[in-house]
Design a protein around this ligand. Structure first.
Ligand code: HEC
Length: 166
């Protein structure tokens, strides 16, 4: 009895969520991206193995926390490019549109308070333009961005990649 009731609840929930998946192309604001079941799935399958389901990463493995941090990078053009070009994102199996959607989801989910009012979501074209430019040195790029943000009085999550013992 209990199980059947639970099943009915899940079915109702899935039915209620289904139309949202079709609305993805028209998304604009940050909140919209949280409704994207595809972005959620892509994050969980392609990114969460390292970045964890709660976006907290693993500091002892050099994976930075997204919470109250990743949105800060969207304030700088070089920061947006960094988010696209970082190896875990650029070299994922996601196509440009999917990667743009996941990045938008990450910002909306873990760091919505850190963007500015003129924030624009990532687009497929923006991702395509930067994605192929591999970093020679990710650590150097991140360190430079950290300094720029700190000069603006902002503090991104600690970044330990490259400075830990392996
Ligand atoms: C194999 C582990 C791994 C996977 C999978 C992975 N990442 Fe990462 N990610 C890292 C590491 C390590 C860093 C920090 C080092 C670096 O910058 O490459 C990082 C950093 C980042 C950053 C910059 C965060 C900051 O504060 O500097 C972003 C954005 C990011 N990843 C996005 C993604 C996205 C999107 C996905 C999924 C499509 C993904 N990553 C998958 C390991 C991973």
């Amino acid at each position: 009895m209990f199980t059947r009731l639970r099943l009915a609840c899940w079915s109702a929930l899935l039915l209620a969520l289904a139309p949202l998946a079709d609305a993805q192309e028209e998304m604009t604001g940050t909140g919209d991206y949280l409704q994207s079941s595809q972005a959620f799935k892509d994050y969980m399958l392609q990114c969460a193995g390292c970045h964890r389901y709660d976006g907290r990463g693993l500091s002892h493995r050099g994976i930075p926390d997204f919470n109250q941090s990743i949105g800060l990078f969207t304030r700088l053009p070089a920061g947006r490019q960094y988010m696209i070009r970082v190896p875990g994102a650029a070299q994922s199996q996601l196509d440009n549109a999917e990667l743009a959607r996941v990045l938008n989801w990450i910002v909306a989910k873990y760091s919505p308070e850190d963007i500015t009012p003129d924030y624009k979501p990532f687009t497929s074209a923006e991702v395509g333009a930067s994605r192929r430019q591999r970093f020679d040195d990710v650590l150097q790029a991140r360190t430079a961005l950290t300094r720029q943000l700190q000069d603006m009085g902002l503090e991104p999550a600690p970044y330990t990649y490259g400075s830990m013992e392996r």
